[in-house]
Design a protein around this ligand. Structure first.
Ligand SMILES: *Cc1c(COP(=O)(O)O)cnc(C)c1O
Length: 358
């Protein structure tokens, strides 16, 4: 048996989550965001599973991710590249029929050069307007100018991105929606896309023609109470050793934790070398056969020690303890480590074996 940590990837659950997002939209289509190796779940495998479920629109951040997706998905689906094109990438965009998202004036120039050199792009192109996030995108005030400049070469999608979609009450959402609608109004017949996962939960006004959920597909984020999203992965690692620390002894690097009483401990083959954050030291937990056991002391590169007082009879070498999954909710574990679900799953390193389950 391998003593490596493993992430069992629940492809059927990811497909179910995509259907759940789609069912909670009152209008528009549902894309899938599969950037960063599908948030650490495996870009190709996730793309294939979602394609089988009926998803025809995918978003990646980089053109190389788009190429990977194209090779997996075949010729039909639309693959948008969020970060936009570099002048030298024309062959790649054309060969893989990728849809560049234009985020800036220089990227618009790149697009115009490509269209002039070899005609229209098979996958079309999108225009991304910055409606208030100040991160990436064309200035929203440039919409009239761009509408004029794209006569005869209309975009296939107009998009923007919400800064505060996870906080329903934040006034920023309504502000960005209004700004976006004004800009999109300059392109009367072009489909619009505003919402990530959180945006979908904000309701029908935000659904547009195409939503762009990412984290919801992987069972993270903060969906409405009662929505049955399922964990996209189970991160688990084997118990290597069972032992007992005596009262007054300490555990781990820097001896940060001192035991008040004799305490049964197990040491598990998972650490920050696998992408499990060191900031979970003394804060996170593992589930041993459904029983929660706190991490004690520091998370080290290859090892974590947990207090198994509540699960003594179950904790044996070779048993896998769960750190993310049905018994260890992603966002709860992430919050204990001072981070978010996105960072936890994308941060898992190649040392974690991915096992794909359907
Ligand atoms: C990453 C990303 C998404 C997906 O966001 P989630 O919060 O994971 O649903 C959507 N749109 C853009 C522009 C993104 O960068």
């Amino acid at each position: 048996m391998s003593l490596r940590p493993r992430a069992r990837i629940h492809l059927a659950s990811i497909a179910d989550n995509w259907r759940t997002v789609r069912a909670s939209q009152t209008g528009g289509m549902t894309a899938a965001v599969i950037k960063a190796d599908a948030y650490g779940h495996g870009l190709e495998q996730v793309a294939e599973a979602l394609h089988f479920a009926g998803c025809d629109h995918y978003f990646v951040a980089h053109s190389f991710e788009g190429e990977l997706a194209r090779n997996t998905l075949g010729p039909h689906p639309t693959i948008y590249v969020l970060n936009g094109p570099d002048p030298y990438e024309e062959p790649l965009y054309r060969q893989s029929a990728l849809t560049p998202i234009i985020n800036s004036q220089p990227q618009f120039q790149t697009l115009v050069t490509w269209l002039q050199s070899a005609g229209k792009l098979h996958g079309g192109y999108g225009l991304h307007f910055d409606s208030g996030m100040n991160r990436l995108g064309l200035p929203i005030g440039d919409a009239p100018k761009l509408a004029a400049a794209t006569q005869g070469m209309a975009p296939s999608l107009i998009l923007s991105h919400l800064a505060c979609s996870e906080t329903a009450g934040n006034a920023m959402n309504a502000f960005q929606l209004a700004e976006f609608k004004t800009a999109a109004g300059q392109f009367p017949d072009v489909p619009i896309s505003l919402s990530n996962s959180g945006g979908v939960w904000l309701g029908p006004d935000y659904h547009g023609d195409l939503s762009r959920p990412g984290i919801a597909l992987y069972g993270g984020g903060h969906p409405p109470e009662g929505l049955p999203l399922k964990p996209g992965m189970t991160l688990e690692a084997p118990i290597l050793q069972v032992h007992t620390a005596q009262a007054g002894e300490t555990v781990g690097y820097d001896a940060t934790h001192t035991f008040q009483a004799a305490t049964p401990l197990v040491t598990i083959a998972l650490g920050y070398g696998d992408g499990f954050p060191r900031s979970a030291s003394g804060k996170g937990f593992a589930s041993v056969e459904g029983i929660r056991c706190p991490i004690v002391g520091r998370v080290s590169m290859d090892l974590i020690t947990i207090d198994v007082s509540a699960a003594v009879a179950l904790a044996r070498p070779g048993v896998f303890a769960q750190f993310i999954g049905p018994d260890a909710p992603l966002e709860e574990q992430a919050a204990l480590a001072g981070t978010i679900g996105y960072e936890l799953t994308t941060g898992l390193t190649p040392r974690v074996t991915r096992i794909f389950e359907t």
